[in-house]
Design a protein around this ligand. Structure first.
Ligand code: NIG
Ligand code: FE
Length: 414
């Protein structure tokens, strides 16, 4: 008989072990919580979990008492833009005086302003600032993060941004997913012939990026004044042919039809969706596309309404939540704050919100096979919070509840 392997670590007495395991979910226990829970880790994976009283705790192994804390799957921020130089605090002030985000962009600010600063910045400068931002995200409990390029918009600057992300992917303890977003805006030099820029992306940039394996995903800002549905389709279809997975920024300011396109192309996620139509909801459902909602953006831009989270949930679409961390529409790395905003402004329940930053965040990155919930065989990526229940994470807002974080069973120190 094979002897039972010695565990590397046992965490026990967690006030709530919030498994987010669909097999444990019931209407009365929507996150499959195990009270006074324990979890056993071996070789970076979860090998057992249950009530603490069901385990004989050996004194020989590393055991950690989690009294006063709750244990969640490591949080997943499935939409961020951390590679940029400069800042847009001047635009923040203009917006406070009543100028809209789109009006500022049309006057030459917005993404274009950040592109100018990012093109000038060295790879090292971009690396240092992006690293600091990803470390801040980790300090809030984010163990998997999606990161986009998109402030370079020419071959050299986009590749520079992607190389920064690839270096961070190798060096940082958390998982860094990399998305190419050369279609974040039409660069100034192509303003009078945007289709030529789309040609450049499809015939030059995308093939080069695919060949160098610089990105896992391709994303497009499909919006009035940015990329049309037809242009977005060309870019995303080319990316798909080159083996990239697809994402899209859709229906943030207008109902252009990007979400419909996402469903049709089988995109992994469509993000923002403030103005999504009922038909597009059905298209997303058919395409198996995850809805990634970014309430920090509506909050920060003082928009009159938020994405229709309840409609999407009622349609049976998995809803992920993310920060959209970026210098213009949401300058915050704090996913815990975003979680409270989702409860207050999109009428999501605390359980739906937690699922949005764990299992559904993993679905938005096509990583749910090995993370996003606490189940035997999954990665031991864990976030421990100082709280007696998961409700408290959302109720007590604006502070960082994190006490410790584990990635593949290894405690991470800050
Ligand atoms: O997701 N919508 C497009 N991109 C970002 C904003 C980027 C910026 O303003 O710098 C977003 O909101
Ligand atoms: Fe975004």
């Amino acid at each position: 008989m094979t002897p039972t392997p010695q565990p590397d670590l046992i965490l026990y007495n967690a006030e709530q072990l919030v498994t987010v395991d669909p097999a444990r979910m019931t209407p009365d226990n929507p996150l499959g919580v195990i009270p006074k829970g324990a979890l056993v880790i071996k070789d970076g994976c979860i090998t057992a979990l249950g009530g603490t009283c069901d385990f004989d705790l050996p004194d020989t192994t590393n055991t950690i008492d989690c009294t006063g804390q709750i244990l969640l799957p490591g949080l997943i921020d499935s939409h961020t833009h951390p590679v940029f130089a400069g800042d847009r605090s001047d635009e923040f002030e203009k917006r406070l005086q009543g100028t809209s985000y789109l009006a500022i962009a049309q006057a030459g600010g917005g993404i274009k302003k950040t592109v100018a600063a990012t093109r000038k910045a060295s790879e090292l400068e971009l690396y240092i600032s992006a690293k600091r931002r990803l470390e801040t995200m980790l300090s809030f409990g984010v163990t998997t993060v999606e990161t986009k390029s998109g402030y370079g918009l020419d071959s050299n600057s986009e590749e520079k941004s992607l190389r920064v992300l690839q270096k961070l992917k190798r060096e940082l303890p958390q998982t860094v997913c990399v998305t190419y977003m050369g279609a974040h805006d039409i660069p100034i030099e192509y303003k009078d012939h945007p289709d030529s820029y789309v040609d450049l992306l499809c015939h030059d940039q995308l093939p080069k990026i695919a060949e160098q394996k610089l990105a896992d995903f391709c994303d497009v800002f499909c919006e009035t004044g940015y990329f049309s549905v037809a242009q977005s389709r060309r870019i995303l279809e080319t990316a798909r042919t080159l083996g990239m997975k697809l994402k899209i920024h859709a229906e943030e300011f207008t109902d252009l039809g990007g979400a419909q396109l996402a469903g049709e192309l089988g995109a992994v996620s469509a993000d923002h969706l403030l103005h999504i139509s009922d038909d597009s909801i059905q298209a997303m459902k058919q395409g198996g596309t995850v809805a990634t909602l970014l309430p920090g953006t509506a909050f920060y831009l003082k928009l009159p309404h938020y994405a229709p989270a309840r409609k999407l949930l009622d349609a049976g679409i998995p809803v992920a939540l993310a920060t959209d961390f970026n210098p213009g529409s949401c300058m915050s790395e704090n996913i815990q704050l975003i979680m409270t905003l989702a409860c207050l402004n999109m009428n999501m329940t605390p359980a739906e919100v937690i699922q949005g930053v764990t299992l559904n965040g993993a679905k938005a990155l096509d990583l749910h096979h090995d993370r996003g919930s606490l189940e035997v065989g999954k990665r031991a990526d864990l976030a421990c919070f100082n709280a007696s229940s998961y409700n408290e994470l959302l109720y007590h807002f604006g502070v960082n509840h994190l006490t410790s974080v584990y990635i593949q069973g290894r405690p991470i120190s800050f």
